[in-house]
Design a protein around this ligand. Structure first.
Ligand SMILES: [Zn+2]
Length: 308
């Protein structure tokens, strides 16, 4: 089962599968924003040194920061038109060896083309890459609350962390404080409800693990961002695991779908169910992330749905 899972992860396109961009690392994180005024900066199209930019997207230029918290701009050419307003805020980790390599990757016009609206470095510095009004290419294939094209209705924040592939580690305090302040600002300006703040792995559980089990969702919730209930303690009780089937598995799948996950109610604890349970645990019951729906996982899931 685990091998099949890794195969799925390996097919993922995008940022977290890109390695060895060290030779492309720029000297600067971006063009500094002298005054944190969203209308005050000059248009810039060459912030990512050493790359030719696709000028076919100039109607969506990043001509200034959307948030007063942005310290510099590093415009990415990888975006297009939104089909609807943002109602979700998606948290990612960069999953690369360092932040500069990730920023370079997010601005690279070569395929696979990826981007994100914001990057938050470990020291708390915030760089904007794509204007909020544009559809950045950060979430890829996935769904939430029964709908696909997550990019069209979301804003994405990439949080610098090597991730599970390169040495996943807790997020520094300065970085988390910056993420919370930025997320509060984005949510307020875009009318994103608390329930709309979620992780990339919530929208793409078979492909993604970010932002991972170290991400402090409880602290975000205390700041009005995301839904949270105290995780039920690990304890003995009925549990369900891969390979099982029957009405309890069907009920589990229905509850996970109600929470927002893209899951089929088949009654069979299949690879997708294991992936969704794992994603749920990373976000809401991080004490044990193993894809087994134990008593604590089930109780936390019920508590979360009751709290909505
Ligand atoms: Zn991600």
């Amino acid at each position: 089962m685990r091998k099949a899972f890794e195969g799925l992860l390996e097919t993922a396109e995008g940022l977290h599968t890109i390695h060895d961009n060290a030779d492309k690392i720029g000297r600067h994180r971006g063009v500094p924003v002298a005054v944190p005024d969203r209308h005050g900066a000059d248009p810039m199209s060459d912030a990512c040194e050493g790359h030719d930019h696709d000028h076919g997207h100039d109607d969506g230029e990043l001509d200034g920061p959307d948030s007063p918290l942005v310290r510099s701009l590093s415009p990415s050419p990888n975006h297009d038109a939104r089909k609807e307003p943002s109602r979700l805020l998606i948290m990612h980790y960069t999953g690369m060896r360092d932040g500069m390599a990730a920023l370079q990757r997010l601005c690279d016009p070569n395929p696979p083309r990826v981007s994100c609206h914001y990057v938050v470095f470990e020291d708390g510095e915030i760089v904007q890459c794509v204007a909020e009004r544009r559809r950045a290419w950060h979430a890829g294939l996935g769904s939430w609350q029964g709908r696909e094209d997550v990019n069209s209705r979301s804003i994405g924040i990439e949080i610098v962390n090597p991730g599970h592939e390169f040495g996943y580690r807790p997020f520094p305090e300065a970085q988390i404080e910056a993420v919370i302040a930025l997320a509060q600002d984005i949510a307020a300006r875009n009318a994103i409800p608390p329930a709309g703040v979620i992780g990339h792995s919530d929208t793409a559980p078979t492909r993604k693990q970010d932002p991972g089990e170290f991400f402090p969702w409880d602290r975000l919730a205390a700041a009005g961002l995301g839904l949270w209930v105290p995780p039920a303690p690990l304890e003995d009780g009925p549990s369900y695991r891969p390979g099982e089937e029957g009405p309890p598995v069907q009920a589990l799948q229905a509850l996970l779908a109600m929470a927002g996950y893209g899951i089929q109610v088949t009654g069979v604890y299949d690879v997708l169910t294991e992936a969704v349970v794992t994603a749920f645990q990373r976000h809401w019951r991080p004490a044990r992330v193993d894809g087994v729906a134990d008593a604590s996982t089930l109780r936390t899931l019920r508590d979360l749905l009751a709290a909505r």
